[in-house]
Design a protein around this ligand. Structure first.
Ligand SMILES: *Cc1c(COP(=O)(O)O)cnc(C)c1O
Length: 542
């Protein structure tokens, strides 16, 4: 009798204890709002499980596995919601030393339970900059395309490598279809393409293929197979990755000739030809010209057609670096004159992760001539690329690249394209350009507060903010110096207030200036009004 009594008591005691624990957990989470320890409670049983008590190590444990993953999803979806909430800050800024104190980044000797992992995810996102926020204008990759993100989730779950058809049949076929479509938009019926880890590496692939085309023995014989100094040409506004090809591939950066650009940032073609002739007269071998379609800072387009004429005359490979501007190929309205002559190029870099809003990372390189990629890069590793396989081994794309393993960057782009259709991408481009035009008109309507540096060709709007004390001053190089000094201070205020992010940089013509990027589908006219008003609110007393 007394034994039974104490047993009942014990059970009740345990129940109360568990309830109190849950309550305490909830109270602490409510107390700190969405803070590091906040919200996202797993059930008490699942909360304390360790990694080896869910799948794949604990076979009978699907329910807690699911609960854990659903809770992580909840964390992610909350981030999506906050990203799209204009009342939320873009970031909560802390200096690195302070951030180190706020975070627990230690790697433990003994692992943490699932609840801690959920909190770790929540904390990570709490301090992450919301690059998809409608007031984030800081980078060429802005926005959070949710269909593409869903695709990335699937990609992570499928977790496959892209080197052979046998382990990624569906994704490999998607690559074929999407690459072919992109080439047809460029204007080619044939050719070959590959996805690369970023535009810089795409440009490197173009360089390698160009050298291989002209000097097919380089692959086996190396430097000695070329009698003379190879020289490449690009504008002084190009992305630095072009110059890095010269460093990486043995030309030396002195043999990457920077062709002067005009006041709008476009390569001066007469200068290109003069410099080619000058190098030829020294016995050098000009072989590669890069034309940028959408320069990184001011968004300028080099005149492709005129450059193609020069390349023909001097037997040079023409590469188009459209990493940034490539998306405009979708737009009937904006494609011309910017891309006029693009089909005459030998290769084109085009980053869907920029204007098209595909999730990072997604970059493509396209070649007019089929077969070059494989002949240039193939090493025929016998453990991967056997030729006696069950299926047509031309679908084993892994030997076309200088990597071994390749991340699956195609699915998120394919899914996004299914959602938008080609028309959807065209509308997206036209809308981004329309918003850019709106921004320019708003800047021009407030000439006391803003100074437009040049008429944009792309969505890069370059301008100065003018604080009150400089408004009546004449605009000359002295005022430009002053306006340049304002940029880092105003940017600092944006970061501290967390309400806005716009990038700034100097270039070789002028001191610091703001470069605003509109490449997010979240942005509307009212966000542009907000941006300009916020700059004025934060900076008028400077
Ligand atoms: C962004 C950019 C690149 C580099 O692309 P990543 O994907 O960042 O490597 C190359 N060229 C141009 C013109 C760019 O704007």
């Amino acid at each position: 009798m007394s034994a039974k009594f104490s047993w009942d008591f014990f059970v009740q005691y345990c129940k109360n204890f568990a309830d109190n624990l849950q309550l305490a957990d909830r109270m602490s989470s409510f107390g700190s709002g969405s803070g590091p320890s906040g919200g996202y409670q797993l059930s008490p049983r699942t909360a304390q499980l360790k990694y080896d008590e869910i799948l794949p190590m604990s076979e009978e444990s699907f329910p807690p596995t699911k609960e854990f993953l659903m809770k992580i999803m909840e964390v992610l979806i909350e981030f999506v919601k906050n990203t799209n909430d204009r009342n939320e800050k873009i970031l909560e800024f802390h200096h690195p030393e302070e951030m180190k104190r706020l975070l627990d980044l230690e790697l433990p000797e003994r692992g943490f339970p699932l609840q801690q992992l959920v909190q770790d995810c929540a904390t990570t996102l709490k301090y992450q900059v919301k690059t998809g926020h409608p007031h984030f204008f800081n980078q060429l990759s802005c926005g959070l395309d949710l269909v593409s993100m869903a695709g990335e989730w699937l990609t992570a779950t499928a977790n496959t490598n892209m080197f052979t058809y046998e382990i990624a049949p569906v994704f490999i076929l998607m690559e074929h279809v999407v690459m072919e479509k992109m080439r047809s938009i460029i204007g080619w019926e044939t050719g070959d393409s590959i996805l690369a880890p970023g535009g810089s590496i795409s440009n490197l692939y173009a360089f390698l293929a160009a050298r291989h085309k002209k000097f097919p023995h380089y692959k086996e014989k190396g430097l000695n197979s070329i009698a003379g100094e190879l020289v490449m040409f690009t504008s002084d506004q190009c992305h630095y990755s072009v110059k890095s090809c010269a460093a990486v591939c043995g030309l030396g950066t002195d043999n990457c000739v920077m062709v002067p650009s005009d006041e709008r940032g476009r390569m001066i073609t007469s200068e290109l030809e003069r410099l080619i002739l000058e190098r030829k007269s020294r016995g050098h071998i000009p072989f590669f010209v890069n034309a940028t379609a959408g320069t990184t800072v001011i968004g300028a387009f080099d005149p492709i057609d005129a450059i193609a004429d020069i390349c023909e005359r001097h037997d040079c490979w023409l590469h188009i670096d459209g990493a940034w501007g490539g998306g405009l190929l979708f737009s009937k309205k904006y494609r011309f004159p910017r891309f006029k002559g693009v089909e005459r190029a030998d290769s084109v870099t085009w980053n869907p992760h920029k204007l098209m809003g595909t999730l990072l990372q997604c970059s493509t390189i396209h070649f007019k001539e089929d077969g070059l990629l494989i002949s240039c890069n193939q090493m025929s590793a016998e453990y991967l690329f056997m030729t006696d396989k069950l299926y047509d081994v031309q679908y084993d794309t892994g030997d076309k690249v200088i990597q071994c393993g390749r991340h699956n960057d195609i699915f998120k782009l394919w899914l996004q394209w299914r959602a938008k259709g080609t028309q959807g991408f065209e509308r997206h481009m036209d809308r981004l350009m329309e918003l850019t035009e709106y921004m320019v008109s708003r800047i021009k309507a407030q000439p006391d507060k803003f100074y437009l540096i040049l008429e944009p060709e792309l969505v890069n709007v370059c301008f100065w903010y003018v604080p009150r004390r400089l408004r009546s001053q004449r605009h000359d190089s002295r005022r430009e110096e002053e306006l340049g000094k304002i940029c880092p201070i105003l940017k600092g205020r944006m970061m501290q207030s967390g309400t806005l992010m716009v990038g700034y940089q100097p270039d070789d013509r002028r001191p610091n200036f703001f470069r605003n990027i509109i490449s997010s589908a979240a942005v509307t006219e009212k966000d542009i009004d907000f941006m300009l008003n916020e700059l004025d609110r934060l900076g008028q007393d400077l």
